[in-house]
Design a protein around this ligand. Structure first.
Ligand code: NAD
Ligand code: ZN
Length: 380
């Protein structure tokens, strides 16, 4: 089958690889219809991780069940499904309490709980930027979708970034009527803003400096804050009459940079503790790593991010972090899409044939104007 294979920094190609197959009785084999390139894929693409050469990438997957193992009872060939990026066993302590993103069984990497498709340090699972994908513990992991092709570009956001944006808002402790500041207007930040609006925020600010992304912020009824035009904390403080916001969401990650492009991994966390009011909450879904070989400072290389902890403590704020447990939210978010209330597909900018994936990676990585979210479709 054809699949997107990682070779080296800035080098991926669509190669012929052995077909994905059923390996365990509880597996399902999915024929991929849509698979997306994620900001998280760029950590690997830019050579910042230890991902091995030959890995098939892709953790944002949806498609149609091709075949199921004899131990699968809830799904059959022909069912249309969304595949959460987390791979859970369904029966460990964390899976049982709704934290499938920290499954203690599926990732053999020492010290790491939580497994995913096509990702560095997240277990030996190939990704779904391919014609077919093997899904372990299919009864637990798959989400059923209405058959047909309707809402494909909305449903494809259910595998990762819509639940991730929603989780960022959840971790912040947002209540209806709260004011929220989201840092990052990439796909994840836009999904967090969309979620905060759906959940009844009174006002949502979204910080970035990319004009095309800030235009989308305005289109969905949030307030764009351009950090190249001045300190975002000052801009939001002024816009809120000096009070700041109740909740903040971090949707940038350790590659946070200032307006000149210089990386400062602590910058957005500092901005958040400053702009969120005392006793307010912060949800961090942007990724920070225990080690980052590609980081610019020695401290960040060791995963030591020195944000203003003193301010955080003095203001009595709370902070939640980590990979999103997609399964905790995807059923309800699917139903919001079906009901016409949520429309996360608004971020889709490009739909490419799987065979054009290398171009998609290159242009999305360069944050070329208008390249907000790239979907790949295997052509048959
Ligand atoms: P992206 O790189 O497209 O978006 C990041 C955005 O942040 C860019 O638009 C960039 O201009 C902006 N930015 C950079 N510095 C900034 C600053 N100082 N202030 C405000 N904005 C700034 O990526 P994405 O796909 O939106 O993903 C964002 C982060 O979320 C990544 O770290 C990704 O790995 C992570 N992620 C986490 C999860 C999870 O489960 N926790 C899931 C998916 C993605
Ligand atoms: Zn993703």
């Amino acid at each position: 089958m054809k699949a997107v294979v990682y070779h080296d920094a800035f080098k991926v190609s669509v190669d012929d690889v052995p077909d994905a197959t059923i390996e365990e009785p509880t597996d399902a084999l999915i024929r991929i219809t849509t698979t997306n390139i994620c900001g998280s894929d760029l950590h690997m693409y830019e050579g910042r991780t230890s991902v091995e050469t030959g890995k098939v990438l892709g953790h944002e997957n949806m498609g149609v069940v091709e075949e199921v193992g004899p131990g699968v009872s809830q799904f059959k060939a022909g069912d249309r499904v969304s595949v959460p990026f987390n791979i859970g066993c369904g029966s460990c302590r964390n899976c049982l309490t709704g934290w499938s993103s920290f499954c203690t069984r599926m990732n053999p990497t020492e010290g790491m709980d939580g497994a995913a498709y096509g990702y560095a340090n997240m277990g030996p699972y190939d990704g779904g930027q391919a014609e077919y994908l093997r899904v372990p513990h299919a009864d637990f992991n798959l989400l059923r979708l209405p058959s047909g092709t309707e809402h494909e570009n909305d449903f494809t956001m259910l595998s990762d970034i819509f639940p991730t944006g929603w989780h960022g808002v959840e971790l912040s402790g947002m209540q209806p009527g709260d004011r929220v500041a989201v840092f990052g207007a990439g796909p994840v930040g836009l999904m967090a803003a969309h979620s905060a609006i759906l959940r009844g925020a009174s006002e949502v600010f979204v910080v970035d400096q990319q004009k095309d992304r800030l235009d989308l912020v305005r289109e969905i009824g949030a307030v764009p804050i351009d950090f190249s035009a001045g300190d975002p904390v000052e801009q939001i403080t002024e816009a809120t009459g000096g009070t700041g916001v109740d909740r903040g969401v971090e949707a940038v990650g350790y590659q946070a940079h200032d307006h000149s492009g210089e990386e400062h991994p602590e910058l957005v966390l500092d901005n958040l503790v400053q702009v969120v009011r005392s006793t307010g909450g912060i949800g961090v879904v942007g990724v920070y790593m225990p080690e980052d070989a590609g980081a610019r400072s020695d401290a960040a290389k060791e995963g030591r991010i020195g944000f203003q902890y003193g301010t955080f403590f003095t203001k009595g704020q709370s902070m939640g972090t980590g990979q999103a447990p997609v399964k905790r939210y995807n059923r309800q978010l699917r139903d919001l899409i079906i009901a016409g209330r949520a429309r996360p597909g608004f971020i889709v900018s490009h739909e490419l044939d799987l065979t054009d994936a290398a171009e998609g990676y290159d242009r999305f990585d360069k944050r070329e104007d208008g390249w907000t979210k790239v979907l790949l479709h295997p052509v048959r």
